[in-house]
Design a protein around this ligand. Structure first.
Ligand code: C2E
Ligand code: SIN
Ligand code: SIN
Ligand code: FE
Ligand code: FE
Length: 377
């Protein structure tokens, strides 16, 4: 009898990406116990930011919620451009050098002595990096690297697969939006801004609520889909230049329930029900108009019964709705919008989420400059 066990058998199971990375790390450390951390950063081509996405570490994470423009990390940028990995077998000597970026210093300061960094590609397009860190110097020999490279490719495929599922879903939803009547306020720059406000709020709440970076990134990726259900609302209501009457309001409010039904249907059609954090998407579409005091819709749940991702997106959505023009209203100034958010905080909107946005107005303004309203609002 052959008793050999597949050292990667964990990867056959259906599990969230984070658990697969942890399983891969465990399996690597059986062969190379000195590898203390495996981390993944993903690259957002739209903002050129590199973001720490997932990690498996034997101790804490030295880079929580870290993001940096690729341009500010020239040595990493070079690896991405050339498609080459990099070995640093002694981070301790590097600490003194001037041209090393803050994140490498932080890695060194938390005791890591050596690192191996590989760029990840999908069909030739750069998607991010994998980092392997060790507390010991000089561990990444040629023999070790050859084996780690095999793991890296497996990890890279898992990441590509995960990102592809989400892109398929987003593309499917965008297509659905285009072939029907949905346009203007609910597409384009509104989505770009509100997804970034949502991430800003989530990052600012991360320590208090112990939020994982991957949860934050999924809020970012899924929040643009919050109003998908408006596809099912007739034009004469959606585009009405004036205030809605009671009857129209009821129809309009059905966009939350419709949205959730559409998501469930798309997930079933594309076989994506098992994508990680898919409940975050459901909660965002269904509950982004619930109120802290229980007077929202569609369910009338209150306070912390409302999922955190829904409370976060609600604040981002209202702020962007107020500061943008709509068929039924002009754009407000940031000051007026902030005053309204403050008056809604604790009653309709979550107090912490409102504070998080207001405390980061410098970054809100940067997002507004980067994603200006087009002629559609
Ligand atoms: P939306 O335009 O994306 O607005 C999202 C939310 O931002 C609104 O949810 C509301 O909470 C807030 N908001 C937007 N504009 C204002 C405003 O001028 N004043 C205040 N205090 N809050 C504002 P709500 O009310 O549940 O509306 C959901 C969606 O229904 C809106 O999405 C919009 O598409 C539509 N809608 C709401 N009111 C009207 C209206 O008077 N006329 C038309 N044509 N559509 C409306
Ligand atoms: C840099 O390019 O200076 C930062 C990237 C790194 O060295 O890890
Ligand atoms: C990271 O591990 O997330 C980046 C630090 C490095 O250059 O190894
Ligand atoms: Fe909505
Ligand atoms: Fe919206």
């Amino acid at each position: 009898m052959n008793k050999h066990r597949d050292i990667l058998e964990e990867l056959n199971k259906h599990a969230p990406l984070k658990e697969k990375i942890i399983a891969a790390h465990k399996s690597i450390s059986r062969i190379f116990p000195f590898i203390a951390r495996v981390a993944i950063t993903i690259y957002d081509p739209e903002t050129t930011l590199l973001k720490t996405y997932l990690h498996s570490s034997i101790d804490g994470n030295p880079l929580p919620h870290y993001q940096v423009p690729l341009d500010e990390a020239p040595s990493l940028k070079e690896l991405a451009e050339k498609g080459l990995p990099r070995v640093i077998n002694n981070l301790l000597t590097i600490e003194d050098s001037d041209n090393i970026h803050e994140h490498t210093r932080r890695i060194a300061r938390s005791g890591f002595a050596a690192s191996y960094t590989l760029p990840m590609f999908n069909n030739g397009v750069f998607i991010g990096f994998i980092f392997f860190n060790s507390y010991e110097t000089d561990v990444f020999t040629e023999m070790v690297l050859e084996q780690i490279d095999v793991y890296s490719h497996i990890i890279s495929l898992m990441v590509v697969n995960e990102l592809a599922s989400i892109q398929t879903l987003t593309a499917a939803i965008k297509t659905t939006g285009h072939i029907t009547h949905l346009r203007d306020p609910e597409t384009g720059s509104h989505m770009d801004r509100m997804s970034r406000y949502s991430r800003l709020i989530a990052i600012s709440l991360a320590d208090k609520h112990r939020l994982e970076d991957s949860y934050i990134e999924h809020i970012f990726m899924f929040s643009p889909l919050h109003d998908i259900g408006k596809i099912g609302i007739p034009d004469h209501i959606l585009m009405k230049p004036g205030e809605l009457d009671e009857n129209e309001k009821v129809i309009m409010q059905s966009h939350t329930r419709k949205g959730c039904e559409m998501i469930d249907e798309l997930l079933a059609n594309f076989g994506l029900e098992n994508v990680e954090y898919i409940d975050v998407l459901r909660n965002i579409t269904k509950y982004h108009h619930e109120s802290i005091n229980g007077e929202g819709y569609p369910s009338g749940i209150k306070g912390e019964e409302i999922p955190l991702e829904s409370r976060i997106v609600a604040v981002a959505d209202v702020f962007d709705a107020l500061t943008s023009s709509r068929p039924y209203k002009k754009a407000w100034s940031n000051e007026d919008a902030i005053a309204t958010l403050k008056s809604m905080a604790g009653e309709t909107l979550d107090q912490d989420c409102v504070n998080a946005l207001i405390e980061n107005m410098d970054q809100v303004e940067l997002i507004q400059q980067q994603f200006k309203e087009n002629s559609f609002g």
